[in-house]
Design a protein around this ligand. Sequence first.
Ligand SMILES: Nc1ncnc2c1ncn2[C@@H]1O[C@H](COP(=O)(O)OP(=O)(O)OP(=O)(O)O)[C@@H](O)[C@H]1O
Ligand SMILES: [Mg+2]
Length: 348
Amino acid sequence: MNPEKKGVFPPARVLGIETSCDETAAAVLENGRCLLSSVVASQMDVHARYGGVFPEVASRQHIRTIYSVIEQALLQAHISLSDLDAVAVTRGPGLAGSLVVGMNAAKGLVLGRGLPLVGVNHIEGHIYSAWVYPAEAGSPPPEPVFPLLALLVSGGHTELILIREHLQYERLGATLDDAAGEAFDKVARILGLPYPGGPSIQKAASEGNPRAFNFPRARLEGSWDFSFSGLKTAVLRTVRALQDEHQAVPVADLAASFQAAVVDVLYQKTMKAADQYRVKEILIGGGVSANRALRETFLGQESYRVHIPPLSLCTDNAAMIAAAGYYRYALGQRDPLDLDVLPTWPLS
Ligand SMILES: Nc1ncnc2c1ncn2[C@@H]1O[C@H](COP(=O)(O)OP(=O)(O)OP(=O)(O)O)[C@@H](O)[C@H]1O
Ligand SMILES: [Mg+2]
């Protein structure tokens, strides 16, 4: 990429393609922010019977739906392939067999149309969902201002990332064990709630008392890392103890108390890091940023402007890939046609 180009952001329409896990998605984005279309074909129902994502099934589903998803995205944006300036695709991290489907579809399009190919990190995509706004909104909401602190909370990641400039990341901390979303999913299973766990816990928690159980908060003082496995084990132990005593399991209270502990740790640590690194704003991304309690907690404070994507852009989507892809394209990234997928690919 060409650092000389910093700050030069040309008009461009980017098609984003995302197939890193169990969502087949395509989106068209204008100038890095304005969303013309976003299509997400979720495989959630297919995987629900396994209680999690079944990799082989996921890649087969992607193959079935990818071309119609791309076609829908172009149709809904009222444009054709010849109106595009670049194709951005998730290169990793994710399931190898799933990533390959999106990558091959992207390569087919760029080869046929002579368009630039831009590979994007999925986690970077979650961060860039904060830049996206729907075309119907008319005027754009304020753009995130650097230096920024990003809290990335998803099914596979929990990270605090300092962003001083576009595409420049310094990872301050990460989870030492379970990701926040993974903890929601595992605790939901312990409580007998359906997959995916995040929305199930949120729903159950809305009827419960967040102070009913005082679950541990792993603060890991002196580091920006997180740990959620102790909290998950505490919920498991509490449920087992109640069952051993033949007592009813108060699912709503347990869900609310667990959720409160997760939100508390995420909030306290993020605010502390924001103060220490003197950032201007905070950004939250990833599936767990859809959590109502988390959103209300961050939006309820007045020290920092907090950017949280609309619900439709919290979990996996292609608009975020197109957004990150736009900034990479604008800064000169052009990837070769033999670009490979990277199932493991740390952001910084
Ligand atoms: N309302 C919610 N409250 C809490 N967690 C939620 C909510 N909605 C979704 N989640 C969680 O978000 C996760 C999915 O998010 P996402 O799609 O970003 O993860 P992923 O793509 O599987 O992982 P990664 O982005 O790390 O590769 C799941 O763990 C899910 O339980
Ligand atoms: Mg994701």
